[in-house]
Design a protein around this ligand. Structure first.
Ligand code: ATP
Ligand code: MG
Length: 346
């Protein structure tokens, strides 16, 4: 907690105005989730070590991180399932975890286990009753949600007869049943086949277009890249990167350069011009990364001055996976590499 906050508390026992505690409010933005200096300890395990982040209304926000990074812990604290050790967390303008806030949000837990004696229909009916939905509205929403997730035909079968993907879709239907404005999805496409994953992605985009804010935890970086507006990367309880996905993946792009057959790429000379150069996997093309303020033109001029023929020149955007691996590696070089596993991209 910052010193100004402490001094405010000592001068006046009432809580500081929200705009002092949460700077995003001062800046005129309207976060629906705002977390500051969040620490969570489970005994000796420090699952979150002072994380600050915010989620804006209407966006799809992705929380990424390796196993055990603290993603689920973050969601559990926001929902009031786990108690924070220190720091602050607000949702929809109120301290998180109150019944009033919980009623306005949807949640798909990781590894959920719905009672399998229920059918999809009876389970949704039960959850609708828990949030006190009026009967007619509940029936209408059950029908709509089952249709959206493609379970209408199997709605009266017991859950024990469902495949993993069907259970996951049912979980999403459960999370969206009461039309929440904010929805938390912990690994929503876990166990879902490629077609189903695509359908879930489309569904999330559709929900976003209707104004729903979506907070998603995921390992599937390729997917996150396709749907998220902003991402944050957690590593061992610390936030090591946050930003909008476009600028995070565009910033460190590179060029792929190929010469005519039998021509040798002057790797050392291009590197001497100040560029980061490395051979692509098949050694027929070369990857040239641009540093801040660099352009590819001097490389092209240099190759032409050597009478080399350019046969390929394309600009590549860094994928979210590249960024993730680089960021995680830069934060703690080597720590999370597994022997024989994939090495970070650069
Ligand atoms: N109830 C608990 N008791 C003790 N430690 C816990 C508890 N829940 C989580 N942890 C620990 O907190 C850390 C963060 O766990 P968390 O489940 O938040 O990670 P995660 O990022 O969601 O991982 P995954 O990708 O595997 O789901 C881990 O070290 C975990 O062992
Ligand atoms: Mg988790």
């Amino acid at each position: 907690m910052d010193p100004s906050h402490d001094s405010h508390i000592s001068a006046d026992p009432r809580p500081a105005p929200r705009s002092d505690r949460f700077p995003a409010l001062q800046a005129g933005r309207h976060p629906v989730v705002e977390v500051r200096d969040l620490v969570k300890e489970y005994g000796k395990i420090r699952a979150l070590k002072g994380v600050s982040l915010s989620v804006q209304r209407g966006e799809i926000f992705g929380l990424l991180g390796q196993n055990g990074a603290g993603k689920t812990t973050m969601i559990k604290i926001l929902l009031g399932i786990a108690r924070l050790t220190s720091g602050e967390a607000e949702m929809l303008g109120e301290p998180c975890g109150t019944a009033r806030v919980r009623k306005q949000i949807g949640y798909l837990p990781e590894d959920h286990r719905f009672p399998d004696y229920h059918s999809a229909n009876s389970l949704l009916d039960f959850y609708g009753s828990l949030v006190e939905m009026p009967r007619a509205l509940k029936q209408k929403r059950i029908e709509e949600c089952l249709k959206i997730v493609g379970l209408t035909d199997r709605q009266h079968y017991k859950i024990r007869t469902y495949s993993k993907g069907m259970k996951q879709r049912l979980g999403i239907a459960q999370a969206m049943l009461h039309s929440p404005g904010l929805i938390f999805l912990d690994e929503p496409t876990d166990g879902v086949d490629p077609v189903g994953r695509r359908e879930i992605r489309d569904l999330l985009m559709e929900m976003k277009s209707q104004g729903t804010t979506i907070f998603v935890n995921s390992h599937l970086l390729g997917e996150v890249e396709l749907i998220c507006d902003r991402v944050a990367i957690l590593q061992r309880g610390e936030l090591i990167r946050e930003g909008d996905i476009k600028s995070l993946t565009e910033k460190r792009g590179y060029y792929l350069v190929g010469l005519a057959p039998n021509q040798t790429f002057p790797e050392a000379e291009v590197a001497a011009l100040g560029y980061e150069v490395r051979a692509a996997a098949n050694r027929e093309r070369w990857e040239i990364s641009l540093r801040e303020g660099q352009s590819i033109d001097p490389v092209v001029d240099f190759l032409r001055s050597r009478q080399l023929s350019l046969r390929h020149l394309s600009e590549k955007r860094q994928s979210l996976e590249d960024l993730f691996l680089q960021t995680v590696d830069a934060a703690e070089p080597g720590v999370d590499r597994r022997p024989g596993g994939r090495q970070p991209a650069r």
